[in-house]
Design a protein. Sequence first.
Length: 471
Amino acid sequence: MDEFDVVVLGAGPTGENLAERAHAGGLTVAIVESELVGGECSYWACMPSKALLRPAAALAETGRVAGAREAVTGALDAAAVLKRRDEFASHWKDDGQVGWLDSTGITLVRGHGRLDGERRVVVDTPDGGRRELSARHAVAVCTGTRAALPELPGLAEARPWTSREATSSPRVPARLAVVGGGVVAVEMATAWRALGSDVVLLVRGDRLLPKLEPFAGELVAESLRAAGVEVRFGTTVTAVRRDGPVVLTLSDGRALTADEVLFATGRVPATADLGLESVGLEAGKPIEVDDTGLAVGVTGGWLYAAGDVNGRALLTHQGKYQGRIFGTVIADRAAGRELDQAPWGRSVATADERALPQVVFTDPEVAAVGLSLEQAERRGHRVRAVDYDLGGVAGASLYADGYRGRARAVVDLDRETLLGVTFVGSGVAELLHSATIAVAGEVPIARLWHAVPSYPTISEIWLRLLETYRG
Ligand SMILES: Cc1cc2nc3c(=O)[nH]c(=O)nc-3n(C[C@H](O)[C@H](O)[C@H](O)COP(=O)(O)OP(=O)(O)OC[C@H]3O[C@@H](n4cnc5c(N)ncnc54)[C@H](O)[C@@H]3O)c2cc1C
Ligand SMILES: NC(=O)c1ccc[n+]([C@@H]2O[C@H](COP(=O)([O-])OP(=O)(O)OC[C@H]3O[C@@H](n4cnc5c(N)ncnc54)[C@H](O)[C@@H]3O)[C@@H](O)[C@H]2O)c1
């Protein structure tokens, strides 16, 4: 049995950050990884998907500027895009990240880890062996999620794409069916359409991106259609069969044939085979935690869960944020230091609830932080939504001819601060952090008037939103 102060399960972005902070706090740390150090994000999610999307965005943006448009007349070079994507995925090798881990002094243990009662972890190692680890202070579960597939006749035999194949495919399918209306579905429909696939998007509900402001999904659907994607709402798949190509049976009775089908139908926490029963938790469920990262329902104050696996926010930056905070909490508790648990304090992940940012890298981009109007009303806030057409901002009209976009700020009328902001349009991803600071900082509207946006930038949307609010 090897003993460490902290044992971390899963070396994705969350586990890496948590381990680093605990180690920087003076603790010995082992991190257990069953696949590649760097996790889903580095090899089958954020990095390869954005590497597929960025060339499409660059080309589309050039096409919207007269003078530049005439200089670029061809389509994307798919082979070059895929090659660049492979480089961003480090050719699915983790030497770089292992080198970083080694340089920190954190111990890497390769293999599949499982909890085995209080403060104990058992690892099935790649050579068929078994290694037992014990943790003096904490075990932190950072095992992430896997793609969720619906129960459908014929699905397994049809070898559907999940987000893994959609981000790592070496070929551009001539016909791609995408099932789902969430972030993975719209991003991958955008990318593969730009790379030359005929894409049909099959959406169960009546809108895209249902967790965001409704106008976000509307503008993205409009532009996907303009790019040649067939978007079908109110459609589910009832059966799948592979017959060379894949044949989908749809809820309206029609059949759809495609070369590949991507199921972008959400995620399940990677807790099915983690020994959760040995500590009184249910396998297959997210591990619920308090704001300091401690698992709810486990006695002894030693089990933490961070990142996707706790279900609070399925985003890399938020997993890393939790990793930084919970790793520091573990070190503070081990040293007997007092925690700061007031909202926005050093020891609590307040932003998960109050200032969660996300960018959807479609064309147009969607960038949102905090609460949508509907979420704010549901939480009982007295609010007003302030809307503005982004195309009416001078900087936006210079950025692209016929700029299409929209912004909304959700104002807390009792405190005169912002609860949420959403931007939809080209180039808004880099605008988001200004809104994140306003929401997380609870900056009063009266003070925002003194944050003067430069002319003529897209950021002048801030001035227009304030003027619209004032009336
Ligand atoms: C297609 C796609 C695109 C995305 N794009 C973005 C984006 O642009 N921006 C963004 O913020 N988020 C994005 N996300 C979400 C992002 O990938 C996740 O939020 C992030 O990877 C979560 O990090 P994590 O460390 O919690 O989990 P993961 O990255 O899933 O890492 C968990 C690690 O734990 C390991 N593991 C699991 N079980 C065990 C075990 N029993 N023993 C040992 N090791 C184990 C896994 O092998 C893995 O390496 C995207 C997701 C998808 C699917
Ligand atoms: N740019 C980014 O930040 C980014 C990119 C990709 C993914 N992510 C994160 O990864 C997570 C997973 O994304 P996702 O798109 O897989 O999940 P999601 O939950 O966002 O969307 C899943 C969609 O699939 C639909 N669905 C579920 N079951 C279905 C079924 N049986 N038939 C038809 N439709 C079905 C749902 O209605 C939903 O619209 C998200 O939480 C997202 O935040 C982030």
